[in-house]
Design a protein around this ligand. Structure first.
Ligand code: FAD
Ligand code: NAP
Length: 314
């Protein structure tokens, strides 16, 4: 197989924008390795209202659906596969795929984003997929007219609680503190939504159920008092872990410099400590973790990559 000008790892807003700018900017062989459908984690969002120029009630899927076709028009190839490792020898990167095959590339733009974290309460893993979920868009409808719990106090938890409140009879928003890590207008909307009950200074002690799935949650407050709430659905939104596995080398070290949180260290051009490797979006240090900034990173990295490949090959 021919050596790629650029391999893009991850097909979220960062990877897709990198794909658009590298192909439209003249790079010839560019493949985006995305293990699932392109679009990234925003595809799971029931509402996005802060992407510039896009107004009205629009879901993450609505926003992202046109992006892959726009890239393909300029020649971007999407290979649907999980990348297990990226290595570099001399000036050549090797992309190691889950099926055991490899592809070589002159440059790499990585934007593998992040994945939902588990909260760590009893019953969470046992009932995951049987009443415990991390995706309101995917699973909210199963609880139409029923009561559900939402765990977390960030933007995701609050926005998804608002979405669930439209479908479900009642939402218990369970948060371990009494202030939220979320946009003020979102907090205001939560407080003004009649069927959302705030359960503050509290954490889930246990989620329990039977063969059919979840039947209830036991919540413990800061004074150690326990409260049982009967309900069939629990949604956890307690943050994300960086998807940096593809950067781990055979000896366990990382291909490039990372910080203690596992985020890739980049400069303002998205350059990593390794020449020809750029990191973008949620996985990089100091990321604002927004669709618009991930897309911006993808564009910056692509423009840098075009210059890098040009210099390398000419
Ligand atoms: P991601 O979107 O995480 O995409 C990474 C992609 O890489 C994924 O498609 C994944 O499948 C793929 N991948 C990972 N590892 C591999 C591998 N080893 N091999 C191949 N493919 C791989 N932002 C906003 O601006 N506004 C909002 O309203 C908003 N709402 C949100 C609501 C929810 C529920 C969530 C979860 C996030 C929300 N965000 C919002 C944040 C936004 O989704 C992210 O900042 C953005 O998606 C980051 O883009 P990314 O391209 O860096 O990574
Ligand atoms: P987050 O901001 O990290 O919030 C996670 C929440 O979960 C926090 O409230 C945290 O509590 C709580 N939490 C963490 N571990 C817990 C545990 N084990 N048990 C109980 N609660 C726990 O994560 P996020 O809400 O997913 O947001 C991630 C990023 O995406 C943020 O930068 C956010 O701004 C962005 N985002 C933006 C939008 C938007 O712009 N509209 C929408 C969604 C996400 P503490 O508060 O006590 O730490």
């Amino acid at each position: 197989m021919a050596i790629l000008d650029c391999a893009i790892i991850g097909g979220g807003p960062a990877g897709l924008t990198a794909g658009l700018y590298t192909t439209r900017g003249g790079l010839k062989n560019v493949t985006m390795f995305e293990k699932g459908m392109p679009g990234g984690q925003i595809m799971n969002s029931s509402e996005i209202e802060n992407y510039p120029g896009v107004t009205g009630e629009i879901t993450g899927m609505d926003l992202m659906t046109p992006w892959p076709a726009q890239c393909q028009k300029f020649g971007l190839i999407h290979e649907m596969i999980n990348i297990v490792r990226i290595s570099k020898k001399d000036n050549l990167f090797t992309i190691h795929k889950e099926d055991g095959t490899t592809t070589d590339a002159h440059s790499v733009i990585i934007g593998t984003g992040s994945s939902p974290r588990r909260a760590g309460f009893a019953g969470e893993s046992e009932f995951f997929g049987r009443g415990v979920s991390t995706c309101a868009t995917c699973d909210g409808f199963f609880y139409k007219g029923k009561e559900v719990a939402v765990i977390g106090g960030g933007d995701t938890a609050l926005e998804e609680a608002l979405h669930l409140a439209k479908i479900c009879s009642k939402v218990y928003l369970i948060h371990r503190r009494d202030t939220f890590r979320s946009a003020p207008n979102t907090v205001e909307r939560i407080k003004n939504t009649e069927n959302i009950e705030l359960v503050l200074n509290s954490v889930p002690d246990e989620v329990y159920g039977d063969n059919m799935g979840v039947t209830g949650i036991r919540v413990k407050n800061n004074d150690g008092e326990l409260r049982d709430i009967e309900l069939p659905g629990v949604f956890t939104f307690v943050g994300n872990d960086v998807n940096n596995q593809a950067l781990i080398q055979e000896d366990g070290s990382f291909l490039c410099e990372m910080n203690e949180a596992g985020q890739v260290i980049v400069d303002i051009s998205m350059k990593t400590s390794v020449a020809g490797l750029y990191a973008t979006g949620d996985m990089r240090i100091a990321s604002p973790k927004q669709v618009v900034s991930a897309a911006g990173d993808g564009a910056v990295a692509a423009l840098q990559t075009i210059s890098y490949v040009d210099e390398l090959l000419n």
